[in-house]
Design a protein around this ligand. Structure first.
Ligand SMILES: *Cc1c(COP(=O)(O)O)cnc(C)c1O
Length: 232
């Protein structure tokens, strides 16, 4: 087995353990492998080990990888910051977008989603930590934005995504993830259909699973450390 296959297996075991500990069914949590800053060979190794969904943050990097990996059946998820001039390509080349946080971007994705593809699956990124440096809509504005996005015919609003402030305290991790789940529950109670919570990364995914995550986004625990360079 390759190192990546071993790491993937270890993550799957930890997902199952976290599901069991939380009294959740095995297989409720989907693993999104975040391959940003890693080469296509790493994606191929993970794919050979059974991984099919991959997340990318930077459009140009993602498009280059998609071309090189066109022989594989991969579901590509865009999880990075969204800019208006990137929406057309993102609407054409991804199955999911996790980082929608304003209506203008959602409208552009909706307008650009090709008619021959299924609806673009989207999550609303929410900022529960209140950190100004982070993307995401404020919790107080999330419901109105979700209602508007739910009306866009070429998008399917699936749920919420969050990147909480990093902390080593499991209690604080859980507290932040719980805020996201409670926001989802409040929005459901007001009539929105939301079945997805995209939350939890390499260092905090067990806490996210304990609080109801349905997609965890894991990069370095599968592929190793990234070089700290921004690729764009
Ligand atoms: C990079 C990234 C991840 C993966 O982070 P790791 O700590 O490497 O697991 C998950 N989500 C988003 C939005 C990211 O940018």
């Amino acid at each position: 087995m390759t190192t990546i296959a071993k790491c993937l297996q270890a993550i799957r075991d930890r997902i199952h353990n976290a599901e069991s500990a939380a009294g959740r069914n095995q297989g409720e949590v989907m693993l999104l492998a975040v391959s940003k800053a890693h080469p296509t060979e790493a994606v191929r190794a993970a794919y050979a080990a059974g991984q099919q969904a991959f997340g990318e943050n930077y459009l140009q990097e993602a498009l280059a990888k998609q071309q090189e990996l066109a022989d594989l059946t991969i579901a590509w998820h865009f999880i990075g910051p969204l800019q208006s001039n990137k929406t057309q390509a993102i609407a054409q080349h991804f199955s999911w977008v996790h980082s929608v946080d304003r209506l203008k971007i959602a409208e552009r994705l909706n307008a650009a989603r090709p008619a021959d593809l299924p609806r673009l699956q989207v999550c609303l990124q929410v900022n529960v930590s209140g950190e100004t440096s982070k993307g995401g809509v404020a919790a107080t504005e999330a419901f109105a934005l979700a209602q508007a996005i739910a009306k866009l015919p070429r998008l399917q609003l699936r749920g919420l995504m969050a990147i909480p402030a990093p902390t080593n305290s499991i209690a604080k991790q859980r507290q932040q993830f719980r805020m996201v789940r409670e926001l989802q529950e409040a929005m459901q109670a007001q009539g929105l259909t939301l079945d997805t919570l995209s939350m939890g990364m390499s260092d905090d995914f067990p806490a996210a699973i304990a609080e109801g995550a349905t997609i965890i986004r894991v990069g370095s625990a599968i592929f190793g450390a990234r070089q700290n360079v921004k690729l764009e």
